[in-house]
Design a protein around this ligand. Structure first.
Ligand SMILES: Cc1cc2nc3c(=O)[nH]c(=O)nc-3n(C[C@H](O)[C@H](O)[C@H](O)COP(=O)(O)O)c2cc1C
Ligand code: SF4
Length: 413
């Protein structure tokens, strides 16, 4: 039977999450103590050697991002921990905050040291407000013990503070530039790029935005990089948190070594499909991710293999939809989400989502024509290349994949 691993989840249930002393007793802050003896560039190199790609969805090389952030000349810099986790079916960051908040903080402090930042901001979605006391307590205790504040651990000039911000419930605020607008107290709408956030982000300072899972990997990698590298195939090292939901028997968050097949994740870890039904489709990476039929089951879960199969890792979500739901009903639900969450700032996304919604209604009613189907595809492709931010660019991923894998859904009667 395929099993989960415990690299990122090694501290779960091992200490009282309200007690920094208990975290220290199980080896907490040893990675930070090692980090402050190192040059920042060497820290970035160790992360790069583990091939870590950001876990928020875009899979940007993390070691490279840290090196780039270090090379920014501005003496003031900012780290942002993206805990917005708004992507439907994604709930792994919540698990990390809930079960190992000090490990996340340690990763953020090491990020601050590496990039010579003075402030770190955790931006957490409003729906996770029940986790605020855990993080506020962790920040308070870290200050009391000298892991935050001035001259951290006696290192002259290593002054760093962490602040907690709550979002107001908009999916688009997970996008880096909308997120910083929101922290600045403005409406959370994406900015035009360039300038890029890494040069001019929060309060116009160079800003390094990193997902909760990405930052939660840092301490483990600095302490036990070789263990991390012992997991996964040579071209996709390490472990990953996946959140599996939908019509499975055991929905939940699982830490897997890269390379496990999708079938092992769904059937061995998540207990298979409810009632042993057939799978209609599987969506990878949340509502903005692509879908595939059950033929994807034997694909190893790696960035390249999933891409080769026409899907992707994205946020790490795996949504299993069984035969009871039709493809058009699935697409209609996804579409409603994007129509609701579009911030309306740019026309391709604002108008495109609306028109796609109307055309999908026709497909569902069976009153569509061949030119409606052509238009549906044209609008989806136009949105992908002309929308201002990733929301509009990825909103129709599922629709375009459905047109490829399930052409019968769009057949004109
Ligand atoms: C509409 C939209 C929503 C996003 N939501 C999140 C989110 O909730 N959490 C997250 O970490 N990244 C999210 N991202 C990706 C971020 O813009 C960014 O790439 C990420 O936080 C960088 O961290 P990483 O390199 O560690 O993945 C979103 C992007 C878009 C376009
Ligand atoms: S793509 Fe959509 S969410 Fe992004 S800026 Fe344009 S309207 Fe707003």
């Amino acid at each position: 039977m395929t099993k989960t691993v415990t690299f990122m989840t090694r501290n779960f249930n091992k200490y009282d999450v309200m007690s920094i002393d208990e975290y220290i007793a199980i080896g907490g802050f040893t990675a930070l103590k090692r980090a402050i003896t190192m040059d920042g560039e060497d820290i970035a190199r160790e992360i790069a050697a583990c091939q870590v790609k950001g876990r928020g969805g875009a899979a940007y090389d993390m070691g490279k991002k840290w090196s780039q952030a270090r090379s920014e000349k501005n003496p003031e810099k900012v780290i942002v921990c993206n805990a917005d986790e708004g992507e439907p079916c994604t709930f792994k960051d919540r698990t990390l905050i809930q079960n190992d908040p000090f490990n996340l903080l340690e990763g953020m402090i090491i990020a601050g040291y590496t990039m010579k930042a003075q402030n770190g901001y955790i931006y957490m979605r409003e729906e996770y407000s029940h986790l605020r006391p855990i993080l506020l307590n962790a920040i308070k205790q870290a200050n009391e013990k000298g892991y935050l504040g001035k001259n951290i651990l006696g290192v002259e000039g290593f002054d760093y503070q962490i602040h907690l911000y709550s979002g107001a419930g908009a999916y688009v605020c997970g996008e880096g530039t909308a997120l910083v607008e929101s922290i600045e107290g403005k409406a959370g709408r994406p900015r035009m790029k360039p300038p890029y956030i890494k040069q001019c982000g929060l309060y116009n300072l160079p800003t390094c935005v990193q997902n909760v899972e990405s930052l939660s990997l840092v301490a483990g990698i600095l302490n036990n990089g070789d263990t991390y590298k012992s997991y996964g195939p040579a071209d996709c090292l390490g472990t990953k948190l996946v959140s599996v939901a939908g019509n499975v028997n055991r929905p939940g968050v699982y830490e897997i070594p890269f390379g496990m097949t999708v079938r092992e994740i769904i059937y061995d870890l998540a207990g298979g499909v409810q009632g042993d039904r057939d799978i209609r489709l599987i969506q990878f990476g949340g509502a903005s991710g692509k879908i595939a039929p059950a033929s994807v089951l034997d694909t190893p879960y790696t960035y390249d293999d999933l891409k080769g199969a026409g899907v992707g890792v994205g946020s790490g979500a795996i949504l299993v939809v069984d035969e009871r739901t039709s493809v058009i009903d699935f697409l209609t639900t996804t579409q409603q989400f994007f129509s609701h969450e579009s911030c309306g700032q740019c026309a391709p996304c604002r108008e495109g989502n609306l028109h796609i919604k109307l055309l999908l209604q026709k497909v569902k009613a069976g009153t569509h024509t061949a030119s409606d189907v052509k238009l549906l595809k044209q609008i989806a492709e136009t949105m992908m290349i002309t929308s201002l931010c990733g929301l509009g660019q990825a909103a129709q991923s599922a629709l375009l994949a459905a047109m490829k894998h399930f052409p019968q859904t769009f057949e004109v009667k």
